[in-house]
Design a protein around this ligand. Structure first.
Ligand SMILES: [Zn+2]
Length: 114
């Protein structure tokens, strides 16, 4: 349920951009890491409700999903985290968590300006 306030914030920010440029929002492109704690589907659901009657109404919401990655302590490679395994697929070393997969931001907003 905590997607509600962030979706509200997304709509507000996109509206602000649209208002500054004097247009309407055609699309919002989001980047959402799998470890961000936010679920894209929920954001989409709230977006449809929240955007009603705003400059974002009818806009397309795209959500780019980012898979979490580990960094190998031995060879420094980045690799996708597997369930129950932190082992580097290149050298067999141990991986450490990184911030990749925790992203949550608006990458861009497409506007239609008259
Ligand atoms: Zn390695």
């Amino acid at each position: 349920m905590h997607e509600y306030p962030v979706t509200l914030e997304i709509v507000r920010m996109a509206e602000k951009t649209a208002r500054e440029k004097g247009g309407i929002v055609k699309a919002i492109h989001l980047v959402v890491g799998e470890d961000s704690g936010f679920i894209g589907e929920s954001i989409q659901m709230y977006f449809d409700v929240i955007s009603e009657g705003t400059l974002c109404e009818g806009a397309l919401l795209t959500i780019q999903d980012v898979k979490p990655k580990m960094k190998c302590d031995r060879c420094g490679c980045l690799f996708e985290r597997k369930k129950f395994s932190f082992t580097c697929p290149y050298c067999g070393g141990d991986g450490s968590p990184t911030d990749i997969g925790k992203e949550f931001y608006i990458e861009s907003v497409d506007l239609e300006v008259d």
